[in-house]
Design a protein. Structure first.
Ligand code: SF4
Length: 317
């Protein structure tokens, strides 16, 4: 297996995704060297607060919060500041790496952003846990307001390849996503940018998405594996190709194209990589505990135990 991992071509990236499973241990061992060089043996654990849930105007096919979704989820406009501060305090007490705060929706009123900026200032007064927000498309003025309030990083995923994007969303474009990320970078935000595998895309699409992400140079790359949620457009999606081996190869590619970034096994890790955590942590240095925006996940306690059992160290500052 001879690859120039530092300058991987698209052709070789595709070869990696198609690698016979017998070569996986060799790939994992090469990728572990990259992981160790940039991230040691530490695993960052993040918790997610869903600050605004459901009722989105957009039609992202995978999303339980989308306009077209009939998924049985909580729908609310805004959690209370009290709840946000409670989550922030719990994250700080556990000395976790980051507080991620998600908002459903494409755009936000200035009033909503001003209220959230005040929430961020209140959080930062209590503790200095880094804050990352997933918050649709902001105007430059709104983004600056959040930057001034203390938001450290913004998540804005590309989700899939440019070619495949119209198959999963028709209410906004790939270009709009890229333009939003560039605006956020221009005012100094760190960027978290990843995608979802299992939407019906080809392996070429997975490679194209990862090379788009490489060009953005995000500080974090969350890789989600589709959980076909009942009531969403993709509830019947066949995910039988999401074998642990395939998922591990996709994570390896993410590490190879962004060696120094936080590579996160996000939604779906509990479903598709259960029992393969040791191999997973040879590649990724970041995971969520306690679930995702609308899906339950592994508890924080079990997550910490799982990291230690796999021979890695949870990041405790
Ligand atoms: S992914 Fe975001 S923009 Fe798309 S439907 Fe879900 S909440 Fe709305």
């Amino acid at each position: 297996m001879q690859f120039d991992l530092e300058n991987l071509s698209r052709e070789d990236a595709l070869v990696i995704l198609n690698l016979p499973n017998t070569h996986l241990p060799e790939l994992l061992s090469s990728v572990y060297e990259i992981r160790k060089k940039h991230k040691g043996n530490v695993v960052n654990v993040q918790l997610l607060t869903n600050a605004k849930s459901g009722n989105c105007t957009q039609n992202c096919a995978y999303c339980a919060q989308s306009h077209d979704s009939e998924a049985d989820i909580d729908r609310y406009e805004s959690i209370s500041r009290e709840q946000l501060l409670k989550d922030g305090a719990a994250i700080s007490q556990q000395k976790l790496a980051r507080h991620c705060i998600g908002f459903s929706g494409m755009s936000f009123s200035d009033g909503e952003i001003t209220r959230f900026a005040d929430d961020v200032r209140a959080l930062k007064k209590e503790n200095d846990t880094p804050i990352c927000c997933s918050i649709g498309f902001l105007t430059k003025e709104q983004a600056q307001q959040l930057k001034d309030a203390g938001v450290d990083r913004i998540n804005h995923n590309l989700n899939t390849s440019r070619n495949f994007y119209p198959q999963i969303c028709s209410t906004h474009t790939y270009e709009e996503r890229i333009a939003n990320i560039k605006m956020l970078q221009s005012i100094g935000f760190e960027i978290c940018c990843g995608g979802i595998i299992g939407l019906g895309e080809t392996k070429e699409d997975v490679v194209d998405m990862l090379f788009e992400i490489k060009a953005i140079r995000p500080q974090a790359v969350p890789i989600n594996f589709l959980i076909p949620v009942k009531g969403t457009a993709l509830e019947q999606m066949d995910t039988s190709h999401l074998t642990p081996e395939f998922c591990l190869k996709a994570l390896c590619l993410a590490r190879i194209v962004r060696p120094e970034a936080d590579i996160r096994a996000a939604a779906g890790r509990e479903l598709y990589l259960k029992g393969r955590e040791k191999e997973m942590f040879c590649v990724v240095d970041s995971i969520f505990a306690s679930g995702y925006l609308t899906e339950a996940g592994q508890s924080l306690r079990d997550t910490m135990e799982m990291i230690r059992e796999a021979g890695f160290s949870p990041c405790v500052e």
